[in-house]
Design a protein around this ligand. Structure first.
Ligand SMILES: [Zn+2]
Ligand SMILES: [Zn+2]
Length: 287
């Protein structure tokens, strides 16, 4: 028995039924799972039925999926300069937080959004203000918000660790942590592909957000070059990060005990099986 409890999961598809994602993850022998509680690209979300919520919570308990991670919709632009977009985003975040608390989620992963039309600093402040405004009137239960580092596409904020550190600072005592995505970090210019690059990235991460604030790791490879600033996920070990990089990340102490979620492309379930098998082998090498 290994002394470290490693929890590995995938972003599972709901196919219109939330409970489906739990079963999909369990079938793949995952210990944790991430899902969308609703269509990630639409503003409208249908209300959850009480029976649906009860069945979901029971099934999650039965399958032992822990933690339960929910990814917020992509449309939220809490840093938006446009007041209408901002107001809509705030309302959607409020609604999403209420949904995921109903579902018993441990983490809600959120992209800090785009600062189009304002400076990065103003975008960061606007994003923090919006989160504060929502979280202040919700009983968060045991839910923790996780700000995800981005690839830095377009006017996105959150691609530099300094942005995330500034957000954490602004959010002070609120239950907020970081979700670190390996493909996004690499696209943002953190060279996780080499031993020296990983070491340097960890130094920077520790000096800004602090390793202990990283609560979930999104494990993704990418075909985008380091610093390419484009968000595209690829199969583990088959992209520019490469197998060695993941072996090093998983063998090191920096993220030990951190739940690992794969958001790799899936044409068939075999893609998930292959990606999961690699990660499992590298987390706990046999022989
Ligand atoms: Zn994400
Ligand atoms: Zn991610």
């Amino acid at each position: 028995m290994s002394g470290v409890d490693v929890r590995i999961g995938i972003h599972a598809s709901t196919s219109g039924e939330l409970i489906h994602a739990l079963r999909e993850a369990a079938e793949l022998k995952c210990q944790t799972v991430q899902l969308f509680s609703r269509n990630p690209r639409g503003w409208e979300a249908r209300a959850l039925e009480a029976t649906e919520v009860r069945a979901f919570r029971r099934e999650r308990e039965r399958l032992g999926l822990d933690p339960l991670v929910i990814h917020a919709p992509y449309l939220l632009h809490l840093a938006a300069a446009n007041p209408e977009v901002r107001e809509r985003s705030i309302q959607a975040l409020r609604q999403e937080i209420q949904r995921v608390i109903q579902l018993g989620a441990d983490y809600l992963v959120l992209h800090p959004g785009s600062a189009l039309g304002r400076s990065v600093e103003d975008g960061i402040r606007a994003c923090a203000r919006a989160i504060r405004q929502v979280v202040r009137d919700v009983a968060m239960d045991s839910l923790c918000l996780l700000l995800e580092n981005t690839a830095g596409q377009g006017h996105q904020i959150g691609w530099r660790f300094e942005h995330l550190a500034a957000l954490l600072e602004e959010l002070g005592e609120l239950p907020v942590g970081i979700c670190l995505d390996t493909a996004h970090a690499f696209a943002a210019g953190y060279d996780l592909a080499t031993e020296a690059g990983l070491a340097e990235t960890l130094v920077q991460l520790q000096a800004t957000v602090g390793l202990e604030r990283v609560r979930v790791l999104h494990l993704n490879d990418t075909r985008i070059p380091c610093g390419g600033r484009v968000d595209r996920h690829w199969h583990i070990g088959e992209g520019n990060l490469g197998a060695e990089a993941f072996r090093r990340i998983l063998a090191g102490a920096a993220f030990r005990g951190c739940p690992l979620i794969l958001e790799t492309p899936r044409k068939t379930v075999e893609d998930d099986r292959r990606n999961l098998a690699r990660v499992r082998a590298w987390v706990a090498p046999t022989g």
